[in-house]
Write a protein that binds this ligand. Sequence first.
Ligand code: FA5
Length: 339
Amino acid sequence: MEELEALRADALAQLEAVDGADALEQWRIDVLGTKGRLKALTPGMKDVPKEQKPQAGKLLNEVKSALETAFADRSKTVAASGGSSGPAAGASAGTTGPLLDVTEPGISPGLGGRHVLTRTMDELAEVFARMGFSISQGPEVEDEWHNFVALNIPEDHPARDPLENFYIDGKHLLRTQTSTVQIRTMENASPPLKIISMGRVYRPDEVDATHSDMFHQIEGLYVDRNVSMVDLKTTLLQFAHAYFGADAEVRLVPSFFPFTEPSAEMYVRMHVKGTLQWVELGGCGMVDPNVFEAVGYDPEQWSGFAFGLGIERIAMRKYGIPDIRWFYENDVRFLKHFA
Ligand code: FA5
């Protein structure tokens, strides 16, 4: 019985000093294991005088249970402090179970989202698809024919000044407008046709809150017999209603573009920061007969309208984005807000 008491005191003191899961496991083997110190005292029970046996048996059980409880408690504190060799060490410590709880919710992998410009383009494609427009595409590096000549922009026009464009060589430049796709589409297809085209355009404009030197446009082109300004305004009105809401209004203000006649600027009246405002979104007009001739369409037979709108400007209005530069900075807070 004295030996049992000595084992209890000694083992508990050692347990207190145990450092880490490996040492704890070693303590368990030494003290409670099948060849451990407690087990080693059991054979001695048969030498205990008969009258003391019940007392000795009771003490043996008491010491065993005290050591097991102390071990379980110590395991919890070792687990909480991380142990020394990770979950496996805790798992082998026995009574406390594994440190890795597989039923805990995991860390979900971060999912990407569409950029707000991509989302806007998807929305625009859907609105115009419902009106019967299909999608056409063209290259960002263009020749002078598609960016200027076929669009009725003559050699001496200020828009062709090298300072107004990103020329790559004497004959090629980054396109300044998606109107180039009007030409490419008409060169490759016979009328009637009804297309939109969206993509990047480049201009050496000074960058500020509403201007960028790279931005996106959406181009629309409808060619058929007897197309009129009424078709143009109706289409733009339907777009404005579908995209900005049923109370949006459209106003066409006379303007000039070499490739349309007559030409207009498109304004939409919509809610901006709680007040109704007229907002300019882009240009439009009836396709100039010279453009039809450049692509081999007979202007006596065919007529059409075209429009070109700034996609950033549309998205800024739709989502209340005050600065165009935010689209390109890839600030995670901005990206997450719209994801
Ligand atoms: C044009 O680019 C014509 N191609 C539009 C057109 C197409 C007219 C078909 C007639 C028929 P403009 O240069 O105005 O037009 O540009 C159209 C729109 O692009 C502008 O209203 C504006 O919304 C956007 N935009 C123009 N410059 C910038 C810029 N630096 N940064 C951001 N958006 C711009």
